[in-house]
Ligand binder design. Structure first.
Ligand code: AMP
Length: 318
């Protein structure tokens, strides 16, 4: 059984695709295992060949047209409070959603409680698929539009229904919800917390939605504080204020990853990279990623735990 929301999403998706208002970019998955994580490289050769999608994007950028205001009616799913839920016009995964603010807000702004309430609402509507949701915040985070937008990706059935990074998250299930920690397996700074299922389930009376979004906001802000505190001593982040970062959220955990660059050579990385999912456009890029190694690429666009000796004084629990 699909929820009303899931039906609305698939109907809108099918219609927009038929009308040529939405482009599905075909890809094949290549798996590469590093540090027990079976990473997923999506190889989408038609991305390189498809000038229409990219030109449209470039035109938007060049002429500073905001693609989300006014938004394309054919991509509209529904409103939620101060937000609009749209389908991503150029998607690699079907039913990829964008949750955008009705009024223009900056992509460099932090998320607030309304943002997280809208994001969580969308995440909770998918009953048959696991979700990875994220926010690419700031100029070095991999975002391409300056109008505040969060994203929700229902994981398709051609992979294992779960973001690859879950392979290590499962090893840290003894962490207390709310505790901020990081994974020894990863060579770059990141801050993770497990979500408390008790706080997220519906036993909190009439203001349940409010309670949940408040709970999510507190945890998100705690991660941001930990990141800002952790990076304060680092000379590498000088001149990078506000700090760009990727925020990732599933039904069971949240993570933030501070970023210093959008690309490793030609490979652009956004939040999905830190969920273990990379996108490449051609054979050379695929070979490049395999040769360099995925963790090294992620380390290269984030902040290396190794190189950043001045961080030594800051306690990061593992
Ligand atoms: P990001 O690149 O992470 O900032 O996400 C912005 C997303 O918006 C990209 O994935 C684009 O595919 C998508 N996009 C670009 N133009 C439009 C549009 N007119 N309507 C909906 N989505 C769009």
């Amino acid at each position: 059984m699909q929820t009303h929301f899931e039906n609305k999403v698939t109907e809108t998706y099918d219609r927009a695709l038929r009308r040529g208002e939405l482009y599905f970019v075909k890809s094949t998955i290549v798996n590469v295992t590093e540090n027990d994580i079976e990473f997923e490289i999506r190889f989408a050769p038609s991305l390189a060949k498809r000038p229409t999608a990219e030109q449209t994007d470039e035109n938007h950028m060049k002429h500073k047209v905001d693609p989300f205001a006014p938004y394309n009616q054919d991509l509209f799913v529904q409103e939620y409070g101060n937000h609009i839920v749209l389908l991503n016009k150029f998607c690699v995964v079907p039913n990829h959603l964008l949750v955008v603010t009705k009024e223009f807000e900056e992509q460099t702004d932090s998320l607030n409680q309304e943002d997280l309430a809208a994001l969580w609402y969308c995440m909770m509507q998918f009953k048959n698929q696991q979700i990875i949701a994220f926010y690419n915040c700031g100029n070095h985070s991999g975002s391409s539009q300056p109008h505040k937008h969060m994203q929700v990706v229902p994981l398709p059935s051609d992979d294992r229904f779960t973001p690859p990074i879950n392979a290590i998250i499962y090893k840290y299930q003894n962490k207390k919800p709310g505790e901020i920690f990081n994974f020894q397996e990863l060579p770059y700074f990141h801050y993770v917390t497990l979500l408390d299922p008790q706080q997220l389930c519906g036993h909190h009376g009439h203001s349940h939605k409010e309670t949940v979004s408040q709970y999510l906001t507190e945890n998100y802000l705690a991660l941001i504080d930990a990141m800002v505190e952790g990076m304060r001593a680092s000379p590498l982040t000088e001149g990078f204020h506000p700090l760009s970062y990727n925020f990732l959220i599933t039904h069971t955990w949240m993570m933030v990853v501070p970023r210093l660059s959008e690309k490793y050579e030609q490979i652009s990385v956004n939040s999905l990279g830190f969920a273990g999912m990379l996108l490449v456009k051609n054979e050379e890029e695929l070979d490049f990623v395999k040769n360099v190694g995925i963790l090294r690429i992620l380390e290269g666009v984030a902040i290396s735990k190794d190189k950043d000796q001045l961080i030594g004084g800051v306690h990061i629990s593992v």
